[in-house]
Each structure stands twice: as C-alpha cells, then as structure tokens.
Write a new protein. Structure first.
Length: 208
C-alpha cells in the first residue's frame, strides 16, 4: 500500500479502532495462475502489545482454503470525497479535490486448521461476538449433530501478523483552517458515512 510519510501511522490504537469499527477484511493470497486471489470475510481480532492474530474460516470449496504461508490482509476504514471548494485557501494554494480515508495492510502467515474441536470453538466465538452486536442470542451448539456436521464444510485459519502498515489520510497535511472547514462540511452533509469520517478526523487531529 503506497503510504506517503505524512499519512503513515504507527500507533496500533488505530488498528484496534479499524477492527472495532468493521472486522470484515480482505484476505489476499497468490493463486495457482500467479494472480492475486481474495476472499472477503469476518474475523476475530486479538492483539497483545505488538503481537496480532486474526482467526477466521473459509468455505472448504473456496480455493483459498488450501493456502498456507505468506499472505496479506486489507482492513477498511471510513472514507469520503473531499471537495477543494471547502478549503479557505483554495484559490491562493490552487487546491484540488482528494479522498480522505483510514486503512491498514497487514502482512503475515496463514496457518490452516480443520480440527473439529478447534473449528467448533472458532464458530462459537464468532457467533457469540456478532450475535451480541445485533442483540440476539443464537449459539453454536457443538453437542448437536446437525450443528457439528456443518463444520465439515469449512476450513479455519490463523493469520499471524508480521508487519502492520497503517494509513490515515485525514487532512493532517493541511492548515488547521482547512481541517476545520473540511470537518464542518462533512458534518453538514446528509450522509452517515461523511459524519463518521468527520468524527475520525476530529479524533485523530486532536491526538497529541
């Protein structure tokens, strides 16, 4: 991921925030034809200091479920169009439009597993996390054969992160007047996505 120095971030609290916002990632590996292959899927995120591990699963029919070893993971954050007309110095500095966003690229190692008990634990933990988020209480019940038998259709993975690249492009390369104008303009739009981007900008620009 191309990341100019002005937008590079090393504080892993922002990676925590990205996963708390949306733990639905893109896993990238190299296919048999030498081209990238990808899967979009939810994961469980764990971080202890700089040690980061993701857990998830593929459908067994997915060709990526046969991959072990080096891979990348892309994590999406809020994003939105920034009009040059919002900048107070637009004429003086000949400003042009841009796109603000937060994102991460993780490099690491995929470790596949298809042990039934490990898969049961993974599916149960995933269900518990996301059911709580929608106020429901469905549970995976490993003692039920009709639940347990469905584990044959998936392959689990651990993704052990070796390198984190965080990119926060949130107008930090602009004068404060431009930053304030952009946040105000985003908040005036009817789009919830624009409001979220403004909130991230306010939080980031207020961080010492």
């Amino acid at each position: 991921m191309f990341t100019p120095r002005a937008f590079a971030e090393t504080d892993l609290q922002w990676l925590d925030a990205l996963f708390a916002r949306d733990p639905f990632i893109t896993v990238l590996t190299t296919g048999d034809d030498g081209l990238p292959e990808l899967t979009r899927l939810p994961v469980l995120y764990q971080r202890q200091g700089s040690d980061i591990t993701l857990h998830g699963h593929w459908a067994r029919a997915n060709p990526q479920s046969r991959r072990d070893g080096a891979a990348k993971v892309l994590v999406d954050g809020p994003h939105g169009y920034i009009s040059a007309s919002w900048y107070p110095d637009k004429e003086q500095m000949a400003r042009v439009p841009t796109w603000n966003y937060a994102a991460a690229e993780l490099r690491g190692q995929l470790q596949r597993f298809d042990d039934t008990d490990a898969l049961a634990d993974l599916v149960a933990a995933t269900g518990d996390l996301f059911e709580a988020g929608v106020g429901q209480a469905w549970r995976f019940e490993p003692e039920r054969e009709d639940h347990r038998s469905q584990l044959r259709g998936i392959v689990g993975f651990r993704f052990v992160v070796d390198d984190v690249q965080l990119k926060l492009k949130l107008s930090q390369n602009h004068p404060v007047a431009n930053q304030q104008a952009v946040m105000g303009a985003l908040e005036a739009l009817p789009s919830p996505a624009s409001h979220e981007l403004a909130q991230w900008m306010r939080r980031f620009l207020a961080t010492p």
